[in-house]
Design a protein around this ligand. Structure first.
Ligand code: URA
Length: 436
């Protein structure tokens, strides 16, 4: 006999597992409007406290994926592989990774998000390119994945609408920080894109959603197991986010830096994370047998100029100015510059990366509400990072600002995010571990 919604809620509240059919029926009822928001919210809170089994999480992910369109990319040859990052500060990897991987013959369909809170978003960085549109119809997105090898768009109303509505409820009912709900939210959107495989970048540290290696491992393991349970290939890298990735924070500055990677002149840490994730994508896509072979192919795509050429074609196909890939002067520039100097001799022992993200948001580089406008030109470029030795007065960061009134508060916020020490801090690996 079928259980009613209150009976399902009671079962979850008491820690019992629901069947896949029950979960699917519940999500379908929510999308139809038969399950009201208060019942969905009660469900989210019950899951928050009681968790879900892997089978339940797979069922929730698939039901949420099927609440909208699942893109058919079967006309595109080869295995389609995407990357998802749990988000960080200065994380512009997608912008260089997608063209590099596509240039090696693995199509990269990518539906990305906007920045919210202290983290940036790929869509905002792309929109720093004059003319670039992230709002393409699904049919055009599917065409471009085939024609160019990659296409980067924003979430549309057709893709996983159950997630959009559920996330809005979670956001205001203290139920975001639940691993099964996060997993179903991330994967339902990714599985709707038309992918065969997914490489995850789970960030850990002061600028990440997951602050400790244990929490990052828990999320990475759940994501990999549930994606595989849903029939997709998946691996996760856990990577360092206790300092900004690369040197730039802020939309135009980050996009310029990501394009530097395509020309072989990107910062070492950004290049290394891009190569690690990209090599896993090439192995998953079947064009490399090993990670080492994948790295060699990616490097060759850069030195031959093919990766930059894919980026130019992608930018042009999405309405942007393709000169942006080669020429930073195409981007809007912030009119005011200031420098943050080291207050004493020593080592940079820590950067409160969350605080750096918040400092960027305060300038207008990010948003606190979904409808806030973005200032693409403002941000920071770090000349020094965690682990570097500095002398008093050395420039630690250059600030790119909209007007003079931002100088003093931005210098203060950024200055307070730095911790200097009198000895070198312990080394932290950039790539913590790979799961799956
Ligand atoms: N990102 C998502 O897309 N969903 C979550 O629930 C958390 C982070």
């Amino acid at each position: 006999m079928q259980r009613s919604v209150p009976e399902l809620l009671a079962a979850k509240r008491d820690g019992h597992a629901l069947t896949a059919d029950e979960i699917r029926g519940f999500i379908e009822g929510f999308v139809r409007g038969d399950v009201p928001d208060y019942q969905m919210t009660a469900f989210a809170m019950a899951v928050f406290f009681r968790g879900m089994t892997r089978d339940e999480t797979v069922a929730l992910t698939l039901a949420m994926r099927d609440s909208g369109v699942v893109v058919d990319l079967s006309h595109v040859k080869g295995l389609k592989v995407d990357k998802h990052s749990t988000g960080g500060v200065g994380d512009k990897v997608s912008l260089c990774l997608a063209p590099m991987v596509a240039a090696c013959g693995v199509p990269v369909p990518m539906v990305s998000g906007r920045g919210l809170g202290h983290t940036g978003g790929t869509l905002d960085k792309l929109e720093a390119i004059p003319g670039f549109s992230v709002n393409l119809p699904i049919a055009r997105y599917a065409e471009l994945v085939g024609e160019v090898g990659t296409c980067m768009i924003g979430q549309t109303r057709e893709l996983a609408p159950a997630d959009k509505r559920l996330y809005a409820l979670r956001d205001v009912t203290a139920t975001v920080e639940s691993v099964p709900l996060i997993v179903a939210s991330i994967l339902s959107k990714k599985l709707a894109e038309g992918i065969d495989g997914l490489v995850l970048d789970v960030k850990v540290g002061s600028g990440a959603f997951m602050k400790t290696p244990e929490r990052a491992r828990e999320l990475a393991t759940a994501l990999v197991e549930v994606a595989r349970g849903a029939g997709k290939q998946c691996v996760a890298w856990i990577t360092r986010m206790d300092r900004p990735l690369g040197r730039a924070v802020g939309n135009a500055l980050e996009t310029i830096e990501a394009f530097d990677v395509l020309h072989g002149r990107g910062p070492a840490d950004l290049t290394e994370v891009t190569l690690a994730l990209g090599a896993s994508m090439l192995v998953m896509g079947g064009v490399a047998k090993t990670d080492d072979e994948g790295r060699a192919l990616l490097r060759e795509a850069v030195t031959s100029g093919r990766a930059a050429e894919v980026a130019r074609r992608m930018v042009a196909a999405q309405g942007g100015d393709p000169r942006a890939v080669d020429d930073p002067s195409v981007f809007a520039q912030a009119p005011v510059k200031a420098v943050l100097r080291a207050p004493a001799d020593g080592w940079i022992a820590a950067i409160d990366t969350h605080a750096v993200g918040v400092a960027g948001v305060t300038l207008g580089a990010g948003r606190t509400r979904a409808e806030d406008p973005i200032d693409h030109a403002v941000g920071f470029v770090f000349e020094r990072n965690v682990g570097d030795r500095v002398a008093k007065g050395d420039v630690v960061a250059t600030l790119h600002l909209r007007d003079e009134s931002q100088v003093a508060p931005a210098l203060d916020r950024l200055g307070r995010a730095l911790t200097l020490s009198q000895s070198a801090p312990a080394e932290v690996p950039l790539l913590h571990e790979r799961i799956g």
